[in-house]
Write a new protein. Structure first.
Length: 248
């Protein structure tokens, strides 16, 4: 059986899991613990990030975009990209997927780790429904600062960067709303594209941050995320970030 390596509450991992479910591809999920996943993934796949897929024949594929291409090869229907005889739409979906992977995904991750730095007590909320044994709260409290520091460093989530991300977030959400209005995203709730999954999962992670929720509220972007990823763990209460970090 195929094996999918993930970190629980990782938004690209959730995007790939949703794609596997849509295509009905059976797969064993191997859940790894932050931040020990990084050296383990580098050892197994040559890359430190999740998700990664090991096919039952031994082939290894890393990264959500590469995995989704492979899933379309394995099971054609439902497709994660528009057909080649619709080149303009296909190109637009591919560009939206690229933007979601290269721009929105790391931004959401940086904001999440920036929020957890200020409210580490929220960490257990991101482990809801995890298959890994739950650590006692005293242990979580003890190890959280080190875990957060490692992840912030690996993801470039310095205070200055996170502040800039938060102030830029409304413009990014406007961009998503525009792509939805253009008919590139959200075309079919029952047959989402790779771009829908890539962008929707990042938006849903942002929706777990209390200070970001008002920026999402009522937008087409929020509707896209909640339709595709209704059950997404995590909650960082509003008021975590300094008020002057937030876009006005």
């Amino acid at each position: 059986m195929h094996k999918l390596y993930v970190v629980h509450s990782s938004h690209p991992s959730e995007a790939v899991r949703r794609a596997l479910a849509l295509k009905g591809i059976p797969c064993k999920t191997v859940e790894l613990l932050i931040p020990t996943h990084a050296p383990l993934m580098r050892l197994r796949f040559g890359e430190r990030t999740v998700p990664a897929l090991k096919l039952d024949g031994g082939e290894k594929v890393s990264g959500s975009r590469a995995i989704m291409r492979k899933l379309d090869e394995l099971v054609a229907d439902p497709p994660l990209l528009p057909p080649e005889h619709e080149p303009a739409l296909r190109a637009a979906v591919l560009e939206a997927e690229r933007w979601g992977d290269e721009v929105l995904q790391p931004l959401a991750r940086r904001i999440a780790w920036g929020a957890l730095k200020r409210n580490p007590r929220a960490i257990p909320s991101y482990q809801a429904a995890s298959r890994l044994p739950r650590l006692p709260r005293p242990v979580v409290k003890l190890v959280a600062p080190a875990v957060i520091a490692v992840e912030r460093r690996m993801n470039g989530a310095s205070d200055d960067v996170v502040r800039a991300d938060l102030r830029a977030l409304p413009a990014h959400l406007d961009h998503v709303d525009g792509v939805i209005a253009a008919g590139v995203l959200g075309r079919d709730d029952d047959r989402p594209s790779a771009a829908d999954l890539q962008i929707g999962s990042s938006l849903r992670l942002l929706g777990t941050i209390g200070d970001a929720r008002p920026l999402l509220a009522g937008r087409p972007a929020e509707a896209l995320a909640t339709k595709l990823f209704a059950d997404f763990p995590g909650d960082v209460p509003a008021g975590t970030f300094p008020p002057d970090w937030l876009a006005r």
